[in-house]
Write a protein that binds this ligand. Structure first.
Ligand code: SAM
Length: 466
């Protein structure tokens, strides 16, 4: 049976590449019927890449199956499901079916036309099941488009209560506020950043991470880092815990500390860790500036999308470097100035107009498709309150070019191990510089100058204590 499934998937893959969807779909259906959990991830990946214009019944049934499969992150199918529903119901009708239910309860909408449909639906008299499903959708998007009148779903209320209790008991390194004491600018910014994420923990992920083929231990060994047992890992600015939980699920022997300013974010992570049976992550509230107070040295410190939110990222980097064990490795991810140019434009417009999230989103949704800010509609973050706030309303944000990051690493006493570039950037580098030294950030900078969108997913760098 395995051979038959492999053959069906390979043939379907070829047909999808040639846009022969009519040929691909029956093959995918047959494979899915043979092994739902095994085939659903491949089916979902191919579906997400298809430009669908119709809704063949079998495909609809398969999509519902994939949306419920434990092996698939349903969010990867959010666009496909929304498109299919809008094709199936082109006019404003109240309809109840398995696809609506799966879409509303398993995905967060990321389609502007579907958002308009959701707003309309929320104003209609709905059958109880559909109303409940729409309430789940509104809660998951943090009421970014409205829907508060639908009420908080039972599961959502239970999550809020569980996180509230967990947040009260998370150990904290944060200094107690002392009235009358003048805080430095770095602490003032940390406090403003903390306040943002206490109100809107980000990201509010829901599907468990898909396991990676390469473990952290293997990755560190490949980078020449000294081996230790257990490997001590710090995720600095872990947010809602996706990364530490991902690492812990891959390797239960890792000893992971997950640090963040926001107790609400940590509580979200702790709730998800319990739900997923993860017990090797210790969640601690604290500022990266105080990381020495953990009294530990780490073999790996990972800080993704965090340092650029500090008043002085170089100070944060120095603090993290100080917490590395000899030969320890640091992984950081920082915003690219060029790739974020359009976000900078959003920041300017928001400051000039004094918009809040709702009025800003209404403006963006009303723009013609070719307006520069209309690009925001393609970002998944645009469709939740915490995501939109993180994307366009951040209280502090620095943007970088690669040579400046290289200087910052050198000043901190770190040697660059690698720039973890996406495949398209690797290909552009090879086309421009052949097999020149990939550690040379000036060469990468030239590649980015020619293709400013390449690092929209941030610069990801690995470095080692010199
Ligand atoms: C954009 S979120 C990224 C979360 C997570 N790293 C991820 O990739 O999903 C930034 C997180 O960094 C945290 N953060 C920002 N400055 C920090 C600091 N000085 N110390 C600790 N955490 C910080 C925030 O509280 C927030 O949860």
């Amino acid at each position: 049976m395995r051979a038959e499934i492999a053959q069906l998937l390979a043939m379907a893959d070829t047909a999808v590449r040639q846009r022969q969807y009519g040929q691909a779909l029956p093959m995918l259906s047959r494979a899915l019927a043979l092994d739902v959990e095994g085939v659903a991830p491949a089916y979902a990946r191919l579906l997400a890449g298809m430009a669908l214009t119709g809704w063949p019944e079998q495909l609809e049934a398969d999509l519902v199956t994939c949306l419920h499969a434990g092996s698939v992150d349903p969010q990867t199918l959010a666009r496909t499901a929304a498109r299919m529903l809008l094709v199936k119901y082109p006019t404003l009708v109240v309809a109840e079916d398995a696809l609506w239910a799966a879409f509303l309860t398993r995905c967060i909408n990321v389609d502007p036309a579907m958002e308009a449909r959701l707003v309309w639906l929320a104003g209609q008299a709905l059958p109880a099941g559909l109303r409940e499903a729409l309430a789940v959708q509104a809660f998951a998007s943090e009421y970014v488009w409205g829907g508060e009148g639908l009420g908080v779903p039972l599961a959502g209320a239970a999550e809020i209560e569980a996180e509230r209790k967990l947040a009260e008991n998370i150990p904290s390194l944060l200094p107690r506020p002392s009235p009358g004491k003048e805080e430095g600018k770095d602490r003032v910014v940390s406090e403003a950043v903390r306040a943002q994420y206490e109100t809107n923990p980000y990201p509010r992920w829901r599907a468990p991470p898909v396991p990676h083929p390469v473990s952290i231990a293997q990755h560190l060994a490949a980078l020449g880092a000294p081996q230790a047992e257990p490997l001590e890992i710090l995720v600095a600015g872990c947010g809602t815990g996706f990364e530490p939980i991902d690492m812990a699920r891959m390797d239960p022997l890792l000893a992971i500390t997950a640090l963040d300013l926001s107790a609400a974010s940590l509580a979200y992570g702790q709730r998800m860790a319990s739900r997923l049976g993860v017990d090797n992550v210790r969640f601690v509230q604290g500022d990266i500036l105080d990381v020495a107070q953990l009294g530990q040295r780490f073999n790996l410190i990972s800080s993704t999308g965090v340092l650029h939110h500090m008043e002085r990222p170089d100070e944060g980097l120095a603090a993290l470097t100080g917490a590395l064990a000899p030969g320890g490795v640091l992984r950081i991810a920082l915003y690219s100035e060029r790739a974020r140019a359009w976000v900078a434009e959003a920041h300017r417009a928001i400051a000039a107009q004094g918009w809040d999230i709702r009025t800003f989103r209404a403006h963006v949704l009303s723009l013609p498709a070719d307006a520069p800010l209309a690009r925001l509609r393609e970002s998944d973050d645009f469709y939740t309150t915490s995501g939109c706030r993180d994307l366009c309303f951040h209280v502090r944000e620095h943007w970088y070019r690669l040579p400046a990051i290289g200087e910052m690493l050198a000043v901190a006493g770190l040697d660059l191990l690698m720039l973890d570039a996406p495949p398209e950037a690797e290909a552009r580098f090879a086309a421009m510089h052949g097999d020149a030294d990939r550690h040379d950030l000036a060469l990468w900078d030239a590649v980015e100058a020619a293709h400013p969108h390449l690092f929209a997913g941030m610069f990801h760098l690995w470095a080692r204590k010199a």
